[in-house]
Ligand binder design. Structure first.
Ligand code: EPU
Length: 467
């Protein structure tokens, strides 16, 4: 296992490029299962999650290979398999995105339930509700979802839940409904750009989906789809993470391959903190010279501030000049980064779905532990801004969703080293000496006299003095 050693306190300056969106690439790769022929995908990032889904697709009869030009090529050679095994799904819950394509194309699916997750409770009840509405028979046995449908019929489906729409749920129901007889409407559909990217690819394959990017989708069923060549949209979460990196280190970055429309909410928050943000075509220029101003932020479904940027913004606001409140309405328990940010010196109190952050003017490097993908990014950003050295452990979370992030940050002035997670690699600065560890004895001559009991009337005088 690896860990990152970060030497903080250096402003990031230069040009950095964003890759293709992980959360678009995964359902799009799964959708290749529905096409005849070879699907060619450009801009699929090189990530552990992509490797995991490639293994799931191979187990489902697809040939998946990375071409010399970087494109991912997926050809279905056997339409029979329908089992997504626990051993693969437990590694990445997004593997559940094969459920809709399998049911739509093969009329059968047996997909392991994903199980627990560090960012909170993540049921798939809405996915199942939508697929049942299309006529699927679904049972859950021995930890697997068994779904089958001799016929899929169009239906009117409401897909909203207590926390808003569901991104992967919309992808799953849409990928099955494209094969349903007649018309399907999905209301309270997720509007995230990643869902739109999937829908655009399905339409290019011959599907008939209208309303992409709005909460109301209308789908006319078709009987078969052909393969296409498709380019994945830029990763708005990686872009936002890099924008926060510029702000938190008080540096200036030109970030290439971004879509400004996808970043409107994050841009608004950053500008409110006093960070300069400009766009020109597919480039963004971000600069900060001072401590951020405090702001209140609420993570909401798109077009709101993404929950996937909540932790990174929390790290930035830890250095703000005042009190900020960050609330997550999508994953109300996604706060495992808070105690680790506090180890770096942040003052944060959690209250329900909110983090109340009292900004400090200095973070100081230490050893922290990543709990999930975006928490790792937040800890990396905070470490870049902290004085001295930090160590981030359990960095495999970062590798699941960011393509060569430390390489990109080092290219613009960061000082991040990847080493084996071994006590021998712990920087000296993080190993306190015996002298530093011993608490100095109290010199009795400096000790204030013990408080005396007040006589009646004295307390009033003292209070009025304090006021
Ligand atoms: N929900 C339900 N029932 C469902 C599905 C979802 O109650 O059947 C709830 C969830 O518990 C959550 C909310 O609805 O409170 C939103 O969940 P959603 O289904 O939209 O999340 P997801 O599709 O499982 C995707 C991303 C996440 C991202 C969320 C929200 C992928 C592969 N994952 O997850 O990305 O946080 O949407 O935008 O697309 C990440 O990249 O780090 C990540 C976690």
């Amino acid at each position: 296992m690896d860990m990152l050693v970060v030497r903080g306190g250096r402003p990031l300056r230069g040009i950095v490029k964003v890759g293709g969106a992980k959360n678009a690439a995964l359902p799009i790769m799964a959708a290749a299962l529905v096409a005849e022929g070879t699907t060619v995908l450009h801009g699929v990032p090189d990530l552990v999650d992509v490797t995991t889904l490639s293994a799931v697709l191979r187990s489902l009869g697809a040939h998946v290979e990375r071409r010399a030009d970087g494109a991912l090529q997926i050809t279905v050679i056997d339409q029979q398999p329908c089992l997504a095994d626990y051993e693969l799904v437990r590694r990445m819950r997004a593997s559940v995105c094969v459920l809709g394509p399998l049911l739509g194309r093969r009329r059968r699916a047996c997909v392991s339930l994903p199980g627990g997750c560090n960012i909170g409770h993540r049921p798939i009840d809405l996915h199942l509700k939508g697929l049942r509405a299309l006529g699927a028979e679904i049972t859950i046995e021995r930890g697997y979802v068994f779904a089958r449908a001799d016929r899929l019929r169009g239906a009117d489906i409401y897909l909203g839940g207590s926390f808003g729409s569901t991104v992967t749920g919309t992808c799953n129901v849409m990928s099955a409904a494209i094969f349903a007889e007649g018309t399907t409407t999905i209301s309270a559909a997720a509007c995230e750009p990643e869902v739109v990217d999937l829908g655009n690819m399905l339409n290019a394959m011959g599907a008939r989906i209208e309303g992409l990017g709005t909460p109301l989708l209308r789908i006319e069923g078709v009987s078969n789809l052909h393969s296409v060549e498709h380019t994945i949209i830029p990763d708005r979460i990686e872009a936002a993470t890099l924008m926060v990196a510029a702000a938190i280190t008080r540096g200036e970055l030109t970030i290439e391959n971004v879509c400004s429309a996808h970043l409107a909410a994050v841009t608004d928050v950053l500008r409110a903190t006093g960070t300069e943000v400009h766009f020109s075509g597919s480039k963004s220029f971000v600069r900060s010279t001072a401590a951020p101003r405090p702001v209140d932020v609420t993570a909401l479904p798109y077009p709101g501030v993404p929950t996937d940027v909540q932790a990174q913004l929390t790290a930035l606001l830890a250095l703000a000049d005042g009190i900020s409140v960050v609330t997550d309405k999508v994953f109300p328990d996604r706060f495992m980064h808070i105690p680790e940010l506090m180890r770096l010196g942040a003052n944060i109190r959690r209250e329900g779905a909110s983090a109340i952050i009292s900004g400090t003017n200095r973070l100081s490097g230490t050893c922290v532990m990543a709990s999930d993908l975006r928490a790792s990014a937040a800890l990396l950003l905070a470490s870049l801004a902290a004085e001295g050295e930090s160590v981030i452990r359990r960095v495999y979370h970062l590798d699941r969703g960011y393509e060569h992030l430390e390489r990109k940050l080092n290219g613009v002035g960061g000082d991040i080293q990847r080493v084996a997670d071994d006590p021998a690699n712990m920087p000296d600065s993080l190993q306190l000496s015996a002298d530093e560890l011993s608490v100095p004895a109290i010199d009795s001559s400096d000790t204030p006299p013990p408080p005396k009991f007040l006589r009646r009337g004295e307390s009033q005088r003292i209070h009025s003095h304090v006021d």
